[in-house]
Write a protein of this length. Structure first.
Length: 105
C-alpha cells in the first residue's frame, strides 16, 4: 500500500528535547521555512546536504545509538544543521559555524 502524500513522514528515531536559537529561527524565516519543516526532514532520515560518507555514518548511527546529523542548504544560500545526540535526549538545530565549533571541542 502506498503512503498518502498527506501522511506524516515515518520517523526513524526520537528527537528528545529540541533546542533552536533565535539566529536559526531568523535564518529559516528569511528562507521562508520553519523549524518543523526542517525537523520533519531530519526525522525520517533525510540527511539533506551531507556527503555519502556522512549519510552512511548516519544510517549506521541509527542502529548503533550514535549521534545523527543533517545539514540543509536553504534557498538563501545559508544552511542549518540538525544534530540528534547519541542518547536521543536532545536535538539542537544550529547554524553550521556553531555546530562545527562544538564538534572540535
Amino acid at each position: 500500500m502506498e503512503a498518502d502524500p498527506g501522511d506524516p513522514p515515518q520517523t526513524k528515531f526520537v528527537l528528545g528535547r529540541l533546542f533552536v536559537t533565535s539566529a536559526v529561527r531568523t535564518t529559516l524565516k528569511e528562507a521562508g521555512l520553519s523549524v518543523p519543516s526542517i525537523v520533519l526532514r531530519h526525522l525520517p532520515s533525510d540527511w539533506g546536504d551531507v556527503d555519502a560518507h556522512e549519510r552512511l555514518r548516519n544510517d549506521h548511527a541509527l542502529l548503533a545509538d550514535a549521534p545523527v546529523c543533517s545539514r540543509f542548504t536553504l534557498a538563501t544560500g545559508a544552511s542549518v544543521q540538525v544534530f540528534t545526540e547519541a542518547d536521543r535526549a536532545s536535538t539542537p538545530v544550529l547554524l553550521p559555524s556553531i555546530a562545527d565549533e562544538g564538534r572540535h571541542h
